[in-house]
Design a protein around this ligand. Structure first.
Ligand SMILES: *Cc1c(COP(=O)(O)O)cnc(C)c1O
Length: 230
């Protein structure tokens, strides 16, 4: 485990340097969905601090069981509005906010708990019906509306393009997300930060870093293949 994480960190640094970036701008999110808490604990012992989960019930269970550890939990999976009460306040960052409805519900739950919930807006760059995320056409308006909510704070954007055998296939979508981020930055919307770009997984995180990723979400390369298709 330690070796695998170190290997990925090296790849992250190399990709950053290739792109003329400071490697410290990039954080590795270890995606532990479907994996037992023992493996999360093992990765923690190996020095990993940020973990990403996809399923709210599984995530909350792990958070409770590993409560004593100084883990930064991120939520990266599709979130239904009605599950917002389990999500708000439990995660340092929710990567997958894709509607005003969800943001409004998270805002309400965060207000109840007296917390400020950090979020990213998920954009469906590759335009596939099956993928979550708002469209490029709608993202600016959605961000303007979410920016009015006092208990959620937009920190950047996330995307998850279609799967490509060749990581180069994902590059145009990573590039597109960066361009959307840059465009939104020029709008200087109050209450909106565009610091984070969450993009890149096991198969393509190096390409994502070359295109500006600040958070890469890596599961398989750390924890091995998942047993079922989740
Ligand atoms: C599962 C998942 C990942 C990690 O995928 P790997 O290919 O195992 O690295 C990253 N992001 C999201 C949103 C995921 O659901």
């Amino acid at each position: 485990m330690k070796d695998r994480i170190a290997h990925i960190e090296t790849k992250v640094q190399e990709a950053a340097l290739r792109a003329g970036r400071n490697p410290e701008e990039i954080r590795l999110v270890a995606v532990s969905k479907t994996k037992p808490v023992e493996m999360v604990a093992e990765a923690f012992e190996a020095g990993q601090r940020i973990f990403g989960e996809n399923y709210i019930q599984e995530a909350v269970e792990k958070i409770q069981r590993l409560e004593e550890k100084d883990i930064q939990w991120h939520f990266i999976g599709h979130l239904q509005s009605k599950k917002s009460k389990y999500a708000a306040g439990n995660f340092e960052l929710i990567h997958s906010v894709d509607s005003l409805k969800l943001a409004t519900e998270l805002n309400k739950q965060a207000a109840k708990k007296g917390v400020l919930q950090n979020i990213l807006i998920q954009v469906n760059t590759s335009g596939e019906e099956s993928k979550s995320g708002t469209t490029e056409a709608e993202v600016v308006q959605m961000i303007r509306e979410i920016a009015e909510l006092k208990h959620v704070a937009i920190k950047g954007l996330m995307t998850m393009p279609a799967f490509f055998d060749d990581p180069e296939g994902a590059r145009p979508f990573f590039k597109q997300l960066r361009q959307i981020k840059e465009r939104i930055e020029t709008l200087a919307i109050p209450n909106v930060e565009m610091k984070e770009l969450s993009m890149g997984m096991t198969g393509d995180f190096e390409v994502a870093i070359e295109e500006g990723a600040t958070l890469v979400r890596v599961g398989t390369a750390i924890f091995g293949p998942r047993n079922y298709n989740k």
